[in-house]
Design a protein around this ligand. Structure first.
Ligand SMILES: Cc1cc2nc3c(=O)[nH]c(=O)nc-3n(C[C@H](O)[C@H](O)[C@H](O)COP(=O)(O)OP(=O)(O)OC[C@H]3O[C@@H](n4cnc5c(N)ncnc54)[C@H](O)[C@@H]3O)c2cc1C
Length: 459
């Protein structure tokens, strides 16, 4: 009984009947089923399918009940695979399936903790996002319109990263970068390939979060916005409810990974009070101030031919009021364009430009017209660089209202931890405004919880 087992084990038939192919197929299919997309925001999922999915992923199942369904060969297989897990009857809700939520959930699940991840979005990734667009001729385009890549300097993160590389969900982007001076029209400061290693998710930036959310012991529910978090003192647990009032279950621990969880800006977006009412938690309110953010517009563009006048895969702009960076998305590993000559780019606006536009149009989701205007303005700036930029075959803008947190609140801990309510607040805003910062914060949040459960974190 010293080890816990994968949830998928309970769906499998007895080992004596199992073939390798059969088992693999079943595991994959069960993992897909555990990815529940709630119907309200996921119009593409049929009612029949979602009701079946809901039956398969009931509210917050406890690991203890799952352990009974494990047969001895399952345990042996796990032991043989070296998955020494800590037994724990605790269940944890992780709010957010961005990189901090996905890493934290995966680390906890790997040590036998039952984890349920909720995300408002239709899939995992958060700001490590990939957008699919279909052109009029039916061809599909994909853009990493959030974080374009990330770098790693911390040894612990490097260790986790090499595991992801081995899983095939991350690869080094051997890209040449430079600066482009808008005033002189010249590229400067050419970086050598590999000077600073740049990593990307494969086949998209969201691949890491997507894959981690399929880990054993973890249930991910998408299209679910946590709208209310109530601490039940007598039960010593949290009760969560969705924005539309659905009961999401009781949880011993909660990991909240978005700064909006206790922020008035949640009300600006949803018209509802933020899920976490800090006035009930004086010990927390001092630690969780309102976090200022830096917005950004991402412009996704595709060209029928490569940009011959651009000698690099990515560059930052000097002396532009509109544009800050540009990346050739189709040059990343695992992103072959069809037809092969097509090239896709993602350009980022300056914070100043994005702030000005958001001030004019307000904090809510921008209209299609407002986004078209932004796309035209940013593209006009790109064309006026003198880089001989042709008309694109596709162009669309996306707004990131809070692309980067402007402060960090986690201190040396890199997360906010309230032991009395077993609440961890993690994310890039607790460490540094980067993918690596978010990962470090997630590791810290996971180790706080594992410490309480007397599980060696080994992080
Ligand atoms: C345009 C852009 C460019 C960037 N460039 C870089 C770069 O070059 N290098 C780099 O390292 N980083 C970059 N970043 C930053 C990087 O993407 C972030 O630091 C990192 O992804 C943050 O991860 P996170 O998990 O902390 O937060 P997020 O990714 O924001 O995840 C939070 C998740 O919580 C969910 N959520 C929030 N509230 C709720 C709720 N109530 N209920 C359910 N779900 C909820 C959200 O849907 C979201 O998925 C960039 C970001 C952007 C937007």
């Amino acid at each position: 009984m010293g080890q816990s087992v994968s949830r998928s084990a309970r769906f499998e038939k007895g080992p004596e009947m199992r073939t390798v192919h059969d088992t693999t197929r079943r595991r994959d299919s069960e993992k897909r089923k555990r990815h529940v997309v709630e119907p309200k925001t996921a119009a593409l999922v049929s009612t029949a399918r979602t009701s079946r999915l809901r039956r398969i992923a009931p509210r917050a199942p406890r690991l203890a009940t799952l352990q009974h369904s494990a047969s001895r060969p399952d345990l042996d297989a796990l032991l043989a695979a070296g998955k020494h897990r800590a037994m724990s009857a605790a269940n944890v809700a992780v709010i957010g399936a961005g990189i901090s939520g996905a890493v934290c959930a995966s680390l906890l699940a790997a040590r036998g903790v039952a984890v349920t991840v909720f995300d408002s979005g239709r899939g995992a990734g958060g700001r490590m996002a990939q957008r699919r667009e279909t052109m009029e001729d039916g061809t599909e385009l994909r853009f990493d319109h959030g974080a374009p890549y990330f770098t790693v300097s911390n040894d612990e993160v490097a260790r986790v990263l090499s595991g992801w590389e081995a899983r095939g969900i991350v690869a080094e982007w051997k890209a040449m970068f430079a600066c482009f001076d808008r005033a002189t029209g010249k590229f400067t400061d050419f970086e050598k390939v590999g000077d600073t290693k740049k990593y990307v998710g494969v086949p998209g930036m969201n691949a890491i979060c997507k894959s981690l959310c399929l880990d054993d012991g973890l249930v991910a529910k998408f299209g679910v916005t946590v709208g209310k978090m109530d601490w039940l003192h007598d039960r010593s647990s949290w009760s969560l409810a969705s924005l539309d009032g659905k009961d999401l279950g009781y949880f011993d621990y909660v990991v909240a990974t978005d700064k909006i969880i206790a922020s008035p800006s949640f009300s600006g977006l949803t018209g509802r009070p933020p899920p976490l009412d800090l006035s009930s938690f004086p010990q927390l309110s001092a630690m969780v101030p309102e976090i200022p953010v830096r917005p950004c517009f991402a412009l996704m563009v595709a060209f029928s031919e490569p940009l011959a006048s651009v000698p690099v895969h990515g560059f930052s702009f000097n002396n532009s009021d509109f544009l800050s960076r540009a990346f050739c998305d189709s040059s990343k590993p695992g992103r072959a364009c069809v037809p092969p000559n097509r090239q896709s780019w993602v350009l980022h606006s300056t914070t100043e430009y994005a702030s000005k536009v958001i001030h004019e149009i307000g904090p809510r989701k921008p209209s299609a017209d407002a986004l078209s205007k932004v796309a035209e303005e940013l593209f006009k700036e790109f064309q006026s660089t003198g880089l001989n930029i042709p008309r694109p075959v596709f162009m669309k803008a996306h707004r990131w209202g809070g692309a980067f947190p402007a402060i960090s609140i986690g201190g040396d801990d890199k997360c906010v931890w309230d032991k009395s309510t077993k609440l961890a607040i993690c994310g890039d805003f607790c460490a540094s405004p980067s993918v690596e910062g978010a990962i470090l914060s997630a590791m810290s949040g996971a180790s706080k919880i594992l410490g309480c459960l007397n599980c060696p974190s080994g992080l």
